[in-house]
Design a protein around this ligand. Structure first.
Ligand SMILES: Cc1ncc(COP(=O)(O)O)c(C=O)c1O
Length: 380
């Protein structure tokens, strides 16, 4: 019997402990496993860089929620991205990447893989003909982040997957902003989904992690080998915390989305704000695509401040409920200044974020309190 997302998020990979009946499976805080004779393993486990039952439970859950055959869990989102790119690229290959992505993802491609002999081209993913042209010289990877960080651009995953495959590229989607509750890129034709599980999946700003999920056997074998051979794995405690977070993903994301929608609608037309970037607003250029490929619009939004960089800095330093901090996707609301925080590494590149942009990760506090906090901060 197949169950709904909310049920699967709580039960998949979570069989109660056979020995004690503990409803919550224990954390297997162990690096190694007893052998009854050389190579005679009791439960298939040998050494925790290879596999650990707590990580297996998270990987089983992630594969299920993204509709993948294989999932791999890593110490951070970037560790997962790095392992994936090492698995599928060889020197001389090209990556075509959206022109609005998390600064660290661009830094990884531009400052780690380009010196390794990879070509990187960034492009506007809403211009499908432009993407087709960029892919033409035989790109190996098409990298999509949707919604994108921080400008909340929406890319048409199904259309881009078709274009990417026609050009022979592997289509990767960073699904961090949406989470698997709102969007499943593999079902839309993508080959690989990556996550910073640090964000909505973990959900409580208390654990770092990353995931790579795929339906492609060949990619899975390569990523699985490198996960073991390089070892950027999540530890048992981190995997367990992430599983615990995922159990409430559905209810959290519903509330994140409702709060973000309320804030976006309230701030549209505010005299201090030039533009509100939120795909749930009907005049957002990606609204129709988002409505088609997502089950909600998520908890992230950005603001372009009419008063420029000074106004943006003043706002991020004046909120009281929204905390000024990097990261996103936790229960608490965070506010950030991308051009000097999450995206400082893309300054001077084509991805440079305008200095009047403020990014909000809307938490699950009271929407009224959050709106009041922003309005008081906007008065300063
Ligand atoms: C969209 C996106 N992808 C990937 C990452 C990298 O994840 P981590 O910080 O867990 O390495 C981030 C981090 O902010 C992100 O926002």
């Amino acid at each position: 019997m197949s169950h709904d997302f909310s049920t699967r998020a709580i039960h998949v990979g979570q069989t109660p402990d056979a020995a004690t009946g503990a409803v919550v499976p224990p954390i297997y805080q162990t690096s190694t496993f007893l052998q009854d004779g050389v190579g005679r393993l009791r439960g298939g486990y040998e050494y925790a860089r290879g596999t650990n039952p707590t990580r297996t439970s998270l990987e089983t859950l992630l594969a299920d929620l993204e509709g993948g055959s294989h999932a791999f869990s890593f110490a951070s989102g970037l560790a997962g991205e790095d392992t994936l790119l090492r698995a599928i690229l060889r020197p001389g290959d090209r990556i075509v990447m959206g022109n609005d992505v998390y600064g660290g993802t661009h830094r990884l491609a531009n400052q780690v893989f380009v010196p390794w002999g990879i070509e990187l081209e960034t492009t506007e993913l809403s211009d499908l003909d432009g993407v087709r042209a960029s892919l033409l010289p035989g790109a190996r990877v098409l990298w999509i982040e949707t919604p994108s960080n921080p400008l909340m651009k929406i890319s048409d995953i199904a259309a881009l997957a078709e274009i990417g495959h026609a050009a022979g590229a592997i289509v990767v989607v960073d699904n961090t902003f949406a989470s698997p509750y709102l969007q499943n890129p593999l079902a839309l034709g993508a080959d690989v989904v990556v996550h910073s599980t640090t964000k909505y999946l973990g959900g409580h700003s208390d654990v770092l992690g990353g995931a790579v999920v795929t339906n492609d056997q060949d990619i899975a074998e390569k990523v699985g080998f490198l996960q073991f051979a390089v070892g950027a794995v999540s530890g048992p405690m981190d995997a367990w915390l992430t599983v615990r977070g995922i159990k409430t993903l559905a209810v959290r994301v519903e509330r994140h989305s409702a709060n973000a929608q309320a804030i976006a609608e309230r701030l549209v037309g505010h005299p201090s704000i030039d533009r509100v970037y939120y795909p749930g607003l009907p005049d957002h250029p990606g609204h129709d695509i988002a409505a088609r490929q997502m089950r909600g619009f998520g908890g992230m939004l950005s603001l372009a401040m009419a008063g420029g960089a000074d106004a943006a800095r003043r706002l991020v330093e004046s909120t009281k409920v929204f905390l000024l901090a990097e990261s996103l996707g936790g229960v608490e609301s965070l506010i950030g200044y991308p051009s000097e925080m999450t995206h400082a590494s893309v300054r001077g590149t084509a991805l440079e974020v305008p200095d009047n942009i403020v990014r909000l990760s809307v938490g699950i506090e009271s929407a009224d309190d959050l709106v009041a906090d922003l309005l008081q901060a906007l008065q300063r």
